[in-house]
Design a protein around this ligand. Sequence first.
Ligand code: GLA
Ligand code: ZN
Length: 710
Amino acid sequence: MTEPGAVVVPPLRSPAPAPTPARLPRLDHVAYGGDYNPEQWPKDVWDLDHEAFDAARITTVTLGVFAWSLTQPAEDVYDFTVLDEIVQRAADAGRWICLATGTGALSPWIARAYPEVTRVDFQGRKHRYGQRHNACWSSPAFRRLAAGIAGKVAERYGDHPNVVAWHVGNEYGGDGGACYCDLCAAEFRAWLRERYGTLEELNEAWCTTFWSHRFTDWDEIEPPSALTEHWKDRRYTAFQGITLDYRRFSTDNAIRQFAEEKAAIRAHSDLPVTTNLMGFFEPLDYHRWAPHLDFASWDNYPPRSDEPWRTALTHDLVRGLKDGAPFWLMEQTPTVTASRDVNPVRRPGVMRLWSWQAVAHGADSVLFFQMRASRGACEMTHGAVLDHSGRLDTRAFREVAGLGAELEGLGDLVLGGRTPARCALLVDWDSWWAVEMADGPNRLIGYVPTALSWGRAFWDAGAQLDVVPVTADLSGYDVVAAPLLHMVKGDLPARLRGVAERGGTVLTGYLSGRVDEDDRRFLADVPGPLAGLAGVRVAETDAAEPAVGNPVAFDGGPVVDGRMVFEVLVPEGAEVMARYRADFYAEAPAVTRHRVRAADGGEGHVWYVGTQLDQPGVTHVVRRALARHGLLGPYAEIEGLELATRVTPSGAVVDFLLHHGPAEVTVPLHAAGEDVLTGRRYAVGDRVTLRPTDVVVLRRDEPTEVAVPG
Ligand code: GLA
Ligand code: ZN
């Protein structure tokens, strides 16, 4: 038995790289446009393209993302004839250019000359030439050639007045995120030497005495794949420590290759550099990546159309990469995707709604993939601003042009604006990986679905939320949610305690506080280093199939549903908030709350939720926390009506009302101001009606009442 607070979290093996401040492209409008690949169709169409872009108020094009086989047709031949012309046409039309290095897809000659550049996949299959996003990040040839073309592109266009940003590669890890070749094995071993110093330390960290794995030579270490430690798939490993380290290594390996292109650019240009990320993308830890980006950007292709919170929270995650600074929405489809088995079109108004949602959550750009549809190959049916006919009377084009006019009217109002969040949701790739690769108690628990369910409760209540890494400064937040905080690293327990001791509220729960940075259990009661703070211990942990629920009854509150995992809680200082109703642990505590003495004599609260509550259950807990801090939004009771706020560098407060709900609503407005889309003025309490997909962009009259933390 451990004394509360007695668990020591070991010092970090590799402290997170220091954050670097964001540097965004200098613009005087929200950047509007997207990927434009005219090298893929005849030149006689290019004039029509630009005429259409003028009509839609397109300000920005991303060029050259897949142009490498044109710009370097052979190892010692660079040919910028086509790219020169494309850049010049865009510049003549007055457009800003986000210029790509073009390294997201290999050219055939590279793979032929240097077979090492193609990957070995998780199954151990050595790939031959094909597709894209397919290069091995350890390959010296790929690294040299990629940095080479990046330098050439930057040298040629670095001083071009219309180029505003650099776009390195494309969707890193798009084909799975890791390579398992011999070059990668060697790089992995070098990475491990750096991390552990000695094999003894590594053996300790990986618990290798288990199943007779003690390594006596670095060369005995294999990348963890289907041929070695794994069965079934990437999540089923005999040694979590090895697999975790391989994911960390793969992320660092990708970053090194990115950084080499960035350095090659820097030799010629100081403009900001980014790469388009993919939101909650499991294979690569974007928090490790963030310090290397000048600004963050991502591609928004929501898997479903009826989960607006997912997109909102993903914007929040990407904004959190650069400490709340604005980011770029680098891609979204104007109409339809092609890559899914079934690809429904965006309903009228939805593209506009989602674009404003991006701006509302901190995007300083609205960019599409793509400006004109591909002529051939696998993306020819992917939606575009212009379809193959080039018609301007399509619904897609009309909607794009309509939004272009609105964004033009917005001018520079929100550029640089930040989100005044008093709430934070912690997301950690290490915990994500660790909890999903754990054998037991329940393989069916998903990290992102859980984070989304908790985040949704904030979104739904209209509370402004930051999604931040576990290393973030928490001192500006009143409510901090840390679901599935499986791995506890560094000084996080102390920073969470700090939130409670300032009178704030911490929310955590099942499967948290289980393992250290090496994925070794704490030799202590569960939840390990969080037990003292939460005032609770877990006596045992039950699991069940998704169909099996256990009613969870809140004292004086609702009866909700618990599922998947059921921790039987023993309060050690905490009060019981809810109890299980069924099974042998009926009446045992399921949810607790620990009142912690705050520095000012008041109290902070630490909730521990021992089971996967249904959405009403999560909402109940989150809303109680929000209510305590006065953070319930004005439209918390209106289904589907989102409120997101940005505070501009000049102190103007801009509220975005975004109606995702299925039915028309009429609400009394929470603040006085002007709808910048219509010019209409509102007083506080004026009734405003929003139909589904409607948007109000309210510039508040009184700019001073909202403070941005940090
Ligand atoms: C991704 C890529 C683009 C394109 C789109 C199509 O986001 O970055 O090159 O393939 O998907 O959905
Ligand atoms: Zn490799």
